[in-house]
Design a protein around this ligand. Structure first.
Ligand code: ADP
Ligand code: MG
Length: 306
């Protein structure tokens, strides 16, 4: 992959989108970068306590669900116990993990709105012994409005997850909807970490400042332990100068918060969900599967050294 030298004058939109977040500190993940030296095939280190990661970006189609599902699958295949919480009424993560989410299947909506315990909705993902899914049905679309009138409306998911310790999880990955509404707020209040997928194209950074301001607001008012831990560059097309420019811009602003691993465009990634699989089992040798495996390894080892 060739990297075009950064030319800050080339992309005013990118600079504008980032102008509000230039001073953001990126120290949280700078300490540990052992990813390169990890040749071993043993299980990855388990975190000292469960890491709750919200995968958020209010833009649709940037790779939130693909990232959530495949990072979770990769972690689970390397000795981690992982729960994916599908917080998007579209239920795409549930589909990709072959978890029933139609009809009157109990789902995240009932956890958030009706106080159903998580244990009632969590299912083990078929053929993936360490991977679990809390599915979303289309009912969840109503939650944005119904949550408004509930007590502690921003902390419903946090409370539900705190009460759930059924399988001694190492990771909870929350796949957020493409909005900054109460569902995403619930994810950010429940999480310790935010992971932002950024698509390597021109408008990719629009709205990023708004997302980061929301993260700061939630950190100040609702969840002091929240931090932006990870940015993952997705749908990278190495043939275009634009993709490498966007990648370089993002790295220049966010430093080591950005994973070294870049997720390439890969048709296998988009095919896998229709088979009810992550790409990790659908086509483990594909470029997309290998990239998500590397990304998950980076996440596991960074966290372990924090
Ligand atoms: P989001 O959850 O942010 O809306 P998705 O993960 O659903 O985004 O991705 C949007 C679309 O792009 C989906 O059809 C998905 O299969 C496809 N896609 C995601 N990542 C890649 C990739 N790296 N290469 C090719 N297609 C991708
Ligand atoms: Mg999605």
């Amino acid at each position: 992959m060739t990297q075009t030298p950064l030319n800050p004058g080339d992309s005013p939109l990118v600079r504008e989108a980032l102008s509000s977040v230039v001073s953001r500190e990126t120290s949280a993940t700078q300490a540990a970068q052992p990813g390169e030296s990890l040749g071993g095939n043993g299980a990855w280190p388990r975190p000292p306590k469960c890491r709750v990661i919200a995968v958020a970006n209010q833009k649709g189609g940037v790779g939130k669900t693909t990232t959530s599902v495949n990072i979770a699958a990769a972690l689970s295949m390397n000795g981690q116990r992982v729960l994916v919480v599908d917080l998007d009424p579209q239920g795409n993560a549930s589909t990709a993990l072959a978890t029933e989410h139609r009809g009157d299947v109990p789902d995240v909506y009932q956890v958030l709105v009706d106080d159903l315990p998580m244990t009632e909705i969590v299912k083990q993902v078929p053929d993936m012994p360490n991977l679990y899914c809390a599915p979303a049905t289309i009912d969840l679309a109503g939650a944005e409005i119904e949550l408004v009138s509930l007590v502690a409306r921003e902390a419903r998911l946090r409370r539900a997850l705190a009460a759930y310790d059924a399988v001694e999880l190492d990771y909870i990955v929350i796949d957020c909807p493409p909005s900054l509404g109460l569902l995403t707020v619930n994810a950010l209040v429940a999480a310790d970490e935010v992971m932002i997928p950024i698509q390597c194209e021109y408008y990719a950074l629009e709205g990023l400042g708004q997302l980061l301001r929301n993260v700061d607001l939630i950190k100040v008012h609702l969840n002091p332990s929240l931090r932006l831990s990870t940015i993952v560059l997705t749908m990278y097309d190495g043939r275009t100068r634009l993709a490498s420019q966007v990648a370089e811009e993002v790295r220049s602003h966010f430093g080591d918060t950005v994973l070294k691993t870049v997720i390439p465009r890969s048709v296998r990634l988009s095919e896998a969900p229709s088979y009810g699989q992550s790409v990790m089992t659908y086509d483990p040798g594909s470029s997309g599967a290998m990239a998500y495996m590397d990304a998950a390894r980076e996440i596991a080892y960074r966290g372990a050294a924090l």
